[in-house]
Design a protein around this ligand. Structure first.
Ligand SMILES: Cc1ncc(COP(=O)(O)O)c(C=O)c1O
Length: 397
């Protein structure tokens, strides 16, 4: 919103790509770039100040995960957490079970490991986007060492039955990794309840800084570090700690926890539902992530993914951008790629419909005025594009 006006000039609805820092986060970080700039490994006062700040941040993350301080490892974000989980546990001859709707940070790590002699099973979702735990169960082999399943999908927001999968992993004696990047701050979570050994999250998806993340690593998990060089993070992640980033991350986590408790996330779901219900009234639209009875699958509060038949999603993204609305078609992490979303394709959409899909992911600071603006702009853009679209004319497959 522009100050003093009720009409938003730009509405950012791409929170699953990234989020802005909240002012409280910037305030918490500032001293650690300037006055308290020390290296947490130094023994003098500057070093001690940095170390104390990291220790405090670790306590915050441990409370957030519901784990011991020693089970928190700070790193550079979700990509590093996902890469570390897979690469740090799997050796030639091992078997990995994951899903075909994971983020590319998991999928490409799995592909690389497959070249090195790890066998990989990719479980496909149901059309709703949900993974059936029975499919994980039947994919188990004696040599299954790791199961890696995301908590919330970045494109649809659909929440996976993590606790059930955790029980299957425990019964099979397999390690269990959860990519919780898109769930963190959106639902209450608890690594003990999930039954996971490893879990990765990223600060920039929850109003913290980019380039900072954390992993839960259950005590005793034989995880080899990806980076070597120093004894940081109990030898689990070498490299001088990003003190300001870690402090900002912890502040963002505290604010996210407060939002979960004070009803802000429920309010967000109400806004998202209003947006979704209105958009689905447009002809030739549908929800990606619906159960067979038409209701949405369980999902995070901020996300909806909708197909708009007879147009190109990319064209709609550009048209909306010109009208001040930022959304994403397919996965924003692959911007520039014209391939239809692997997630939507795995859910059974055909290429045309996958390409005609848009993700709206609301910031937790979203307002009614933002929704009103989007609801003014989208129907016009859809109508206009359909009128001129080669897809609508049937000249583009
Ligand atoms: C589900 C999921 N996992 C991992 C990542 C990668 O996280 P990062 O951007 O912190 O590397 C993303 C980013 O979009 C994501 O959505």
């Amino acid at each position: 919103m522009s100050p003093g006006s009720h009409l938003p000039t730009r509405v950012y609805m791409d929170a699953n790509a990234t989020t802005p820092l909240l002012p409280e986060v910037v305030d918490a970080m500032r001293p650690y770039w300037i006055e308290h700039f020390g290296n947490a490994s130094s023994i003098h006062l500057h070093g001690q100040q940095a170390r104390t700040a990291i220790d405090r941040a670790r306590e915050t993350l441990a409370a957030f995960f519901n784990c011991h301080d020693a089970e928190v490892v700070f790193n550079s974000g979700g990509t590093e957490g996902d890469n570390t989980a897979l690469t740090g546990l799997l050796r030639p001859g091992d078997h990995l079970i994951t899903t075909s709707i994971e983020h590319s940070a998991v999928l490409q790590a799995a592909e690389r490991l497959a070249l090195r002699g790890v066998s990989v099973t990719y479980i496909a979702p149901q059309p709703s986007g949900l993974i059936d735990p029975a499919d994980i169960q039947s994919a188990l082999r004696p040599e299954t060492r790791l199961i890696s399943v995301m908590l919330a999908n970045n494109e649809t927001g659909v929440l996976q039955p993590i606790e059930e999968i955790g029980k299957i992993a425990a019964a099979a004696g397999a390690f269990f990794h959860v990519d919780a990047v898109q769930g963190a701050g959106k639902i209450k979570f608890d690594v003990r309840r999930f039954g996971c050994h490893l879990l990765s999250i990223s600060a920039h998806k929850m109003h913290g800084p980019k380039g900072v993340g954390a992993m839960f690593v259950r005590r005793g998990t034989p995880l080899e570090s990806l980076l070597v060089g120093g004894s940081h993070e109990r030898r689990r992640r070498a490299g001088t700690e990003n003190v300001a980033g870690i402090v900002g991350f912890a502040r963002a986590v505290e604010l996210a926890t407060a939002s979960l408790a004070d009803g802000a996330i429920d309010r967000l779901a109400t806004l998202r539902d209003r947006l979704e219900t209105s958009l689905l009234r447009l002809p030739g639209t549908g929800l990606n992530g619906a159960l067979p009875d038409g209701r949405p699958a369980p999902r995070v509060a901020n996300t909806t993914n909708i197909w708009f038949d007879h147009l190109e999603g990319e064209a709609l993204v550009i048209a909306l951008d010109l009208k001040g609305v930022a959304v994403s078609g397919g996965s924003a992490c692959h911007s520039g790629a014209t391939e239809p979303s692997h997630v939507l394709m795995a859910m059974g959409l055909d290429k045309t419909r996958a390409r005609a899909s848009l993700r709206f992911s609301l910031l937790k600071t979203a307002t009614d005025a933002d929704i009103d603006h989007v609801l003014r702009v989208v129907p016009q853009a859809v109508e206009h594009l359909r009128a001129i679209s080669p897809v609508a004319a049937g000249t583009l497959g």
